[in-house]
Design a protein. Structure first.
Length: 367
């Protein structure tokens, strides 16, 4: 668990910086939402925002966090017995019955496709013993992700004064969620038959937008319509969040049209790509290739340029060198502002240059 939180905390710190890093361009799009945001997943760059830090009710989009916690804490093959409290939970339902036994996987499909409030309670009770203890775990996970302006009181998003978030925080959650392959597989499923049930996803964007991979719809009378989604095109992933938006399907489509057309991702480095050659002191070879240890891309608007600079450890490389040795970093900037770094590794062995026997003898003889 501590290992998970350390990883989430690292992600949260990175996104906390990037989410406010480079200002948006003049925005040629608008929504009907009270609060909205559009974010590039891999860079964390905010491409559009509207009242994104207002604390608001989020309804069933809560279940993204419920699913993320459950997948990481539980086993999909776990058998869960449905309690009376779970079976009689109000609101949207997968129609669980008291005493029914289902796998955690089936409940997660019911949570994400049917938006089952009953499934959320059954999951919470199975993972933590009670909704209250599960909410504590949700809040710990949210904080680790960097959701500093959110509070979770239950696993399903039913209205509660202590249950709220912001569009920006929900984008952080979505960015973390789409890195979980199991959650993405479930949230992107249009229909599934499992555990004797056939369930259909409520998310219309799965059929309306090419490349949509989920995530979650939501609605209560107090919250209005809420929607968190992710679309991938040409290797670039964007997340959109709208809160209290009566026109959310159309607004998300418009946001993605704007984002992909205005901020196409430019590849700065590919995993294993030779970035440049560096001089080697005292080597059998005069230079060594420096290869990228990871890929890096950044969404660029018109007039922006992705710049590359190389920083070497200690300022110079000296033989002997082994392939895979860390040599420095590729530093990427946009119009003079640093936006990311990628480690550079030596791409080949370089043996030290051998001195001649005569020079060695001369050095050893008395003057």
């Amino acid at each position: 668990m501590q290992r998970l939180f350390r990883r989430l905390a690292a992600i949260g710190i990175a996104w906390a910086v990037l989410f406010s890093f480079i200002p948006c361009q003049a925005q040629a799009v608008s929504t009907s939402a009270s609060s909205a945001i559009l974010v590039d997943v891999d860079s964390g760059r905010v491409l559009y925002e509207q009242n994104a830090d207002a604390k608001m009710r989020i309804a069933s989009t809560t279940k993204i966090l419920t699913a993320l916690v459950a997948i990481r804490e539980g086993d999909l093959n776990d058998v869960v017995t449905v309690s009376r409290e779970a079976a009689y939970t109000e609101g949207s339902s997968m129609y669980l019955k008291v005493g029914e036994e289902l796998t955690l996987e089936t409940l997660l499909y019911g949570l994400l496709l049917c938006s089952g409030n009953d499934a959320a309670v059954a999951i919470a009770e199975h993972i933590s013993g009670s909704q209250e203890k599960f909410a504590d775990l949700m809040n710990e996970t949210a904080w680790a992700i960097g959701m500093e302006h959110s509070s979770f009181a239950n696993p399903n998003g039913l209205d509660d004064e202590k249950h709220y978030s912001t569009a920006r925080d929900m984008a952080r959650l979505a960015c973390a969620a789409v890195e979980n392959e199991t959650l993405v597989r479930m949230a992107s499923t249009r229909s599934v038959t499992i555990g004797g049930r056939t369930m259909t996803n409520h998310n219309k964007l799965l059929s309306q937008l090419e490349g949509c991979i989920g995530l979650k719809t939501g609605y209560t009378m107090a919250a209005g319509r809420t929607l968190v989604s992710c679309v991938e095109q040409n290797g670039q992933r964007l997340v959109a969040v709208t809160l209290q938006d009566g026109n959310d399907w159309a607004d998300h489509a418009a946001l993605y049209d704007y984002g992909f057309s205005t901020y196409p991702a430019q590849l700065g480095a590919s995993l294993g790509q030779t970035i440049q050659r560096a001089d080697v002191e005292n080597g059998m070879n005069a230079t060594v290739p420096l290869v990228a240890a990871d890929s890096f891309a950044w969404p660029l608007a018109a007039g922006e340029t992705l710049e590359l600079d190389v920083e070497l450890n200690g300022g110079a490389l000296r033989a002997p060198i082994r392939a895979g040795d860390r040599a420095g970093e590729a530093v990427f900037s946009v119009n003079g502002t640093e936006v990311g770094r990628v480690a550079l590794l030596c791409g080949a062995d370089v043996a030290p240059r051998m001195e001649s026997a005569l020079s060695i003898l001369k050095r050893g003889l008395p003057g």
